[in-house]
Design a protein around this ligand. Structure first.
Ligand code: GLP
Length: 261
């Protein structure tokens, strides 16, 4: 795992977006793992701008989203399919038939989860998986106690997650209490993972995820097992990390980061 600390939220988002851009430039038919949430919005703005102004080409890209609420159809403004179309897909030249989001309204949700896993395999696996961090330590909707070997499946959301996300719904109590999410085992199979965390509210859970023990109580701590995980954070989110000097030294001295300094 590499932790990169940038001075501001904007700089952290820019670095993460540059890493995603590089992935698409280096491999035009890359399979991207995508995430939702407020953190990702400026990152998708950056990618849309790269497409518009610098011709970043998504025509051959395939994408898989981490999660979707159970019961929300794609036209529902709170569904993650709607979010992805609105924030990214409608603004770039990706073929929407190559964009996959779990189907929260499938008649057989369990079968839809198996199908999702098969589709990821059929596309050759995920090249880079973008991740946000929930305040309960979840990645995707892998709530505390999720098996570290879990696959795409339905999960009941915790009261903390409901509290965190329900303000986005009108009225807040219409927020679904269940979701489909890629499992932690699924996420760990991506060739690279990129977690982006900003803001003081995430400082405690970030420190537990990165420097704490690996535990199913903090799903993101499983990323310590990932063979190639990059964690990009701002100063605020990094404020409870103990080894900040070491992480900064790596960023300043390792040749792989030269083009991003
Ligand atoms: C939701 C998503 C997560 C995301 C999290 C963080 O719960 N299921 O994938 O990481 O929100 O969201 P935000 O970026 O808004 O803090």
């Amino acid at each position: 795992m590499e932790v990169i600390i940038r001075p501001t939220k904007e700089a952290a988002i820019e670095l993460a977006a540059k890493l995603m851009t590089k992935e698409v430039r280096d491999k035009p038919n890359a399979v991207l793992g995508l995430a939702t949430g407020r953190t990702m919005e400026p990152l998708y703005d950056y990618l849309a701008k790269e497409h518009k102004e610098n011709g970043l080409d998504f025509s051959l890209v395939r994408s898989f989203n981490l999660d979707e609420y159970v019961g929300l159809d794609p036209e529902n403004v709170n569904s993650y399919r709607y979010y992805m179309n609105d924030q990214l897909f409608n603004r770039i030249n990706i073929d929407k038939r190559n964009t996959y989001v779990p189907n929260g309204i499938a008649t057989d949700l369990d079968a839809a989860c198996v199908e999702y896993e098969n589709k990821i395999k059929e596309c050759g696996g995920i090249d880079i998986q973008l991740l946000g961090l929930g305040e309960v330590g979840h990645i995707g909707f892998n709530e505390p106690l999720s098996s570290l070997a879990s696959r795409t499946r339905q999960k009941a959301l915790t009261p903390d997650t409901i509290e965190q996300n329900s303000p986005l719904f009108t009225p807040p109590d219409v927020m679904p209490k269940r979701a489909i999410t890629m499992g932690i085992g699924t996420i760990l199979e991506s060739r690279k993972s990129l977690m982006v965390v900003t803001g003081i509210k995430k400082a405690g859970i970030l420190a537990k995820s990165v420097e704490g023990p690996i535990t199913s109580m903090v799903s993101a701590s499983a990323l310590q097992l990932h063979p190639h995980c990059i964690v990009v954070v701002d100063e605020e989110a990094a404020s409870e990390l103990k080894e900040r000097d070491y992480y900064n030294w790596i960023f300043q001295n390792e040749p792989e980061w030269e083009e991003f300094r």
